[in-house]
Design a binder for this molecule. Structure first.
Ligand code: SF4
Length: 197
């Protein structure tokens, strides 16, 4: 199957329609897929939030601003699909839970699409695992996000586990200053190295 056909099939996917219809927002699936086969960096995120559900473009929110800062890239580079693929663990906004937080990505999405999609991205040299769901799928096993990020040297330079760049993690960043002081300079250098190649 060609990449274009696969992307078209995902864009038409309605597997979670009933699940999303049962949430408070009662929204329909809107898969947000951002990739082309030549990409060299993979951003493996969680799932689109409501802003991205509306814009149809990944990380068009404050989380995206923070992630771009962590990577040391501007928006034009970040959204260059020939260089950076952005594939969350679910391609659609999952809805809100009772406390108003985003629901976790429905596992059916990765189960249905992820392996096949990654097989169409043979040039990936650097993978950013953004949040616990991406870490669990890509790394396997069980560990806290903090433990996985603290162990980043075990996976670099091919893979970097990162906390989600959401404002909800601002306190986490303050509690873990080594993240900005030690991990981010190495990550930025690695991103530049891969993009410059
Ligand atoms: S989240 Fe994934 S599996 Fe569910 S409807 Fe969207 S594209 Fe399909």
């Amino acid at each position: 199957m060609s990449f274009a056909r696969l992307a078209s099939d995902i864009a038409a996917c309605r597997l979670c329609a009933a699940r999303f219809a049962a949430t408070a927002t009662a929204h329909a699936p809107r898969p947000v897929l951002w990739a082309r086969p030549g990409a060299r960096i993979l951003v493996a995120g969680q799932a689109p939030g409501m802003k991205v559900h509306k814009s149809g473009k990944p990380f068009t929110d404050p989380s995206g601003d923070r992630l771009r800062d962590w990577m040391g890239v501007d928006a034009a580079t970040f959204y260059d699909r020939d260089r950076i693929a952005i594939l969350p663990m679910a391609f659609c906004f999952p809805g809100y839970d009772a406390r108003g937080s985003d629901l976790p990505p429905p596992p059916d999405c990765a189960r249905t699409w992820r392996q096949t999609l990654l097989a169409h991205l043979p040039r990936i040299e650097l993978t950013l695992l953004v949040g616990g769901h991406a870490m669990a799928w890509h790394l396997g096993g069980k560990a806290s996000v903090t433990a996985r990020v603290a162990g980043w040297r075990d996976h670099a330079p091919a893979v970097f586990p990162l906390p989600h760049p959401s404002w909800r993690n601002t306190a986490w960043l303050k509690r873990n200053p080594w993240f900005e002081a030690e991990l981010l300079p190495v990550l930025r250098a690695r991103v530049k190295e891969v993009l410059d190649r």
